[in-house]
Design a protein around this ligand. Structure first.
Ligand code: RIB
Ligand code: CA
Length: 312
């Protein structure tokens, strides 16, 4: 079945798992990557931006890279060196950087790219949702040309920063609130499913065998990611969160989605930053979110493997 390429903008905070999302989106027959916008999150914007340039140069992904917001809308940025290291992408020595940022602020890039696109654009966010929230507020007209918003973030079970909240949403709850209440079609890929795709040693070995530059990047980064996840959470392997929304674009059957009411808790209490998904429709409120409830783990690793093979 021939599928038109999906036009996407990827907004991210690399970050080990963001790096694999960039790799997956960067060389696919099904994705037209219009650009990458960067946000402060896992590390400062200076570091997540530099990591993005390094990844695009190393993987030879020739797309505009734009710096967006350094800080959340209201909260103060709290970076995550315990998982991603001081650089935000510890574990891989990149060659000297020769490429530079696209000379446009990330929020203006999102607005201009979407307004001028002849076809609808899908926005994928794998970090705090600050840039997309600002773009929506700066120029609401973009919403008419956005196909859907796919985000890695949230959890309808436990969080990973507080018992209630997941990192991307907890980092900027107000930004998530704007996006989830914008009326845009939102599909949420939360911890509930990403905690099922743990990048075990056996997965790393499988990808290492592919023996190209993407497989080398994958294995080196995932080994450090796993060491940090073990030291921080005592996990045997890290959940490979961020490639999942990209994998969904490549094969929708990789997840099962449920249509629910979801609201972001911005009440500054113990559940600040929670994605409150009414999975059992207790409250009978208007539904606004497709939330991923199941993931086909084998299919996911097959998609990652093919994504690496695309760099042969
Ligand atoms: O909670 C997981 C999310 O937070 C992932 O996007 C990871 O990169 C971090 O940003
Ligand atoms: Ca991320």
């Amino acid at each position: 079945r021939f599928m038109n390429k999906r036009n996407i903008i990827l907004d991210c905070d690399p970050g080990h798992d963001d790096a694999i999302a960039i790799m997956l989106a960067g060389k696919s027959d099904l994705i037209n990557l219009l650009g990458i916008t960067v946000v402060g999150g896992n590390q400062t914007l200076e570091k997540t931006g530099r990591n993005t340039l390094n990844l695009c140069q190393y993987l030879d992904i020739d797309v505009p890279v734009c710096l967006g917001s350094a800080n959340p809308l209201v909260k103060i940025l709290e970076v995550c060196p315990q998982i991603h290291g001081e650089s935000g992408l510890d574990g891989f020595d990149f060659p000297d950087l020769t490429i530079d940022y696209h000379n446009q602020n990330g929020i203006n890039f999102i607005v201009e790219t979407i307004l001028k696109s002849k076809e609808k654009v899908t926005v994928v966010t794998t970090g705090p949702m600050t840039n997309l929230a600002l773009a929506i507020r700066l120029e609401p007209k973009i919403m008419d040309n956005i196909d859907e918003v796919l985000l890695m973030g949230g959890s309808y079970t436990n969080g990973n920063v507080t018992p209630a909240a997941e990192f991307n949403i907890y980092s900027d709850p107000e930004a998530a609130f704007i996006v989830f209440n914008s009326g845009l079609p939102v599909k949420m890929f939360g911890l509930d499913v990403t905690r099922k795709v743990m990048v075990y040693e056996s997965v790393i070995e499988r990808m290492e065998k592919l023996n190209n530059k993407a497989s080398l990047l994958f294995s080196k980064l995932m080994k450090v990611f796993n060491e940090n996840q073990y030291r921080t959470f005592g996990l045997e392997a890290g959940p490979l969160h961020d490639p999942l929304p990209i994998a969904y674009l490549l094969d929708e059957s990789v997840v099962e989605l449920s249509w629910v009411h979801c609201d972001i808790d911005i009440s500054r209490g113990d559940s600040y930053g929670r994605t409150n998904c009414d999975i059992f429709d207790y409250m009978k409120l208007p539904k606004n979110t497709f939330v991923a409830t199941k993931v086909d783990v084998n299919k996911y690793w097959d998609i990652i493997e093919q994504g690496i093979k695309n760099y042969n």
